[in-house]
Write a protein that binds this ligand. Sequence first.
Ligand code: TMP
Length: 225
Amino acid sequence: MSRGFFITFEGLDGSGKTTQLRRLAATLEAEGRTVVTLRQPGGTALGDRIRSILLDSRSEATFGPIAPAAEMALMFADRAQSIAEIILPAVASGHIVLCDRYTDSSEAYQGGGRQLGSERILEMHRAACDNLQPDLTILLLPPLESSLHRARRRNQRNVQQRGTDENRFERESDDFYRRIYAKYEEIAAREPHRVVAIRDEASIDQIEARIREVVAARLTPVTAS
Ligand code: TMP
């Protein structure tokens, strides 16, 4: 059996990556491929617990301020678990894994946003994830202001409609997001083969078409059986 393929989606909150991931999953499934989707943090029982600690804006009322290095370590605890439980078994079975955020998010948010620096994140990646790299990363980088506007609007809606409050990160300052944006740019420049950055604000359908092309060029075509 041939090895599968591991694709990650990256970008700021509100960049549209989750919508695009779902659309790509549907396309690949329609071609007869087996697709496994997950998000980080979360996706495993342990990861879901970590997610609620990290994202719920009420966490700090319970735990006090979460130290940046603790935040980084929790992100990697989640990641190590989902690699062992989901990603490696799926890739070994020949499936396509689509993961909503991965180590680039830690480099951008904790390394850039929280100013821990890239080297610390990359060391942690080697230690906790055995340096497992995606085969391809789709990085959605529309202009900063439009991502932030969408993310904040969506969070308000979720609080009002569902009572969920995952906006510990969305409450950060614009400078925090500017550092994240700059770090994503740095990652894209450093690893041009792995990371395909889509920067313009085209329509959802146009971006979907671009992503399909990029992915089709990297995947082995499905052969009729
Ligand atoms: P999302 O699932 O809506 O994309 O939200 C996840 C949030 O967690 C988002 O604000 C980015 C943040 N995050 C980090 O700060 N570091 C990480 O390593 C990951 C995976 C997510």
